[in-house]
Design a protein around this ligand. Structure first.
Ligand SMILES: NC(=O)c1ccc[n+]([C@@H]2O[C@H](COP(=O)([O-])OP(=O)(O)OC[C@H]3O[C@@H](n4cnc5c(N)ncnc54)[C@H](O)[C@@H]3O)[C@@H](O)[C@H]2O)c1
Length: 420
């Protein structure tokens, strides 16, 4: 079997922390190229690939040039949200003009910052005739996949389909300034993280034997708020951390959000996704799922692993993220994730994408799924702005830019936005 040559467009935090290392568990692929506007970053990633034995990639600063490399068969788009469409356009134009030969293109979550951009992403991939994969790692988490299988096989087959999925991802806040800037990122915590929970809950509520879009979203309701990072002390902290780039006293984004999506199954049964997220959860990264059915229940909590360690106040070491992503302490009784790369689904995600591109089959997650997630996210912002539950898809989704991203949203909007 041919080995897939993978090029990474963007070599920042997620690539170095997770993706490159996950390739150790991927068969039939090598990382043959890495590209970043900041050449030094690409060089560092290339060195890391070599060191851990997942490839000996060439270094690029221009993504079109990387696409033309005959050793690159597929590109993983891992640039920030604001650079998605331009990078995708550069790649797909090379393919359309016959200068690049690619078997596939994969893109990190969220697919885009709004519906118009997501539509453009999908159109570009399709017009270049590329197989496309949406990098939503959570639906590849071994626990989620196994839990869904057990619940549907043993529980739902006897007692009926599950009626509620509760999903959340929370941590203390992102690591780069652009995530906090809603115009560059597309929103705040909702756009950044609720995208995961939306797709994970749709995955849980869908019968593995049903067709992919068997659940139809009927209504969406949501609330967003900035509660921690708008307080004066944290406004200053954020300013300092982002070297003056971000000022949440003037232009905040939501640091928490919750949403409810009502789905209708093909047999008319209703199911509800209860989703929540925040950038003010201090223990560290936590991904949480519950699936409720008539006679069964499932729970996954990544901060409740089998290992915990205790360090007394006599242990005063340096701070780090070696126990769990975004940990905020090094003392006390603390959970440890021994293999976050696998737990969060990255190994299975990359394996699956590589396999799909090599075989020319449609990946489990495509840009169609990414597009649906963006539509649901935008419906959440719209609902929060209007203070009411909306039928899905609501009117005006195309062309809609959340107030948060437009810079016209205010912290008090949560009490002002009300349909009463
Ligand atoms: N699946 C997950 O759980 C997860 C986790 C973190 C980030 N992400 C997603 O991955 C993407 C990247 O996040 P990150 O944390 O690595 O960001 P980052 O800012 O750390 O890295 C992005 C890199 O892209 C480079 N870049 C920007 N424009 C470019 C261009 N036009 N061409 C080439 N390189 C360019 C930057 O120089 C930077 O090195 C984001 O979309 C984010 O939402 C997903």
């Amino acid at each position: 079997m041919k080995r897939l040559g993978v090029g990474f467009a963007g070599t920042g935090w997620v690539v170095n922390t997770y993706h490159i290392k996950a390739f150790n568990g991927v068969r039939n692929a090598d990382i043959t190229a890495v590209c970043d506007l900041q050449e030094q970053r690409a060089k560092t990633t290339a060195a890391l690939c070599k060191e851990i034995g997942v490839g000996n990639p060439k270094v690029y600063t221009d993504v079109a040039e990387m696409a033309r490399d005959s050793e690159v068969d597929a590109i993983w788009i891992t640039v920030p949200n604001f650079a998605r469409t331009t990078v995708t356009q550069s790649i797909t134009e090379e393919v359309i003009q016959g200068k690049a030969e690619l078997m596939g293109i994969a893109c990190e979550k969220p697919l885009a910052r709004n519906v118009d951009e997501a539509k453009l992403m999908l159109r570009m991939a399709e017009s270049a005739g590329l197989n496309h994969g949406y990098l939503e790692n959570q639906v590849f988490m071994p626990t989620l996949v196994r839990g869904r299988d057990i619940i549907w096989r043993r529980g739902a087959s006897i007692a009926g389909r599950p009626h509620v999925a509760r999903c959340s991802e929370e941590h203390g806040g992102p690591h780069e300034a652009w995530f906090w800037d809603a115009s560059r990122q597309g929103g705040g915590a909702v756009n950044d993280m609720l995208c995961h929970s939306i797709e994970a809950s749709r995955f849980l509520l869908t019968d593995p034997n049903e067709e992919k879009y068997a659940l139809t979203p009927r209504t969406v309701s949501a609330e967003i708020a900035v509660l921690k990072w708008s307080r004066p002390k944290y406004v200053e902290k954020l300013k300092e951390f982002t070297r003056g780039q971000i000022d949440y006293s003037k232009r905040p984004a939501e640091d928490m959000g919750r949403a409810c999506v009502v789905y209708e199954a093909q047999d008319g049964e209703l199911a509800i996704s209860e989703l929540s997220t925040s950038w003010s959860f201090v223990p560290g990264e936590r991904i949480f799922f519950e699936l409720l059915g008539p006679e069964y229940y499932m729970q996954i909590d990544t901060l409740n692993p089998e290992m915990k360690v205790f360090f007394s106040r006599e242990i005063k070491g340096s701070s780090g993220e070696d126990l769990v992503e975004k940990q905020a302490a090094e003392q006390g009784f603390m959970p440890v994730l021994p293999n976050e790369i696998s737990t969060y689904g990255y190994v299975n995600e990359h394996r699956h994408m590589v396999d799909s591109f090599l075989k020319g089959t449609v990946p489990r997650e495509t840009w169609q799924d990414g597009f649906l997630v963006v539509k649901l996210l935008m419906a959440c912002y719209m609902s929060a702005e209007k203070g009411k539950r909306l039928s899905f898809p609501p009117m005006g989704l195309e062309g809609f830019i959340p107030k948060v991203a437009a810079g016209t949203w205010a912290a008090r909007d949560i009490v002002n936005a009300s349909s009463e």
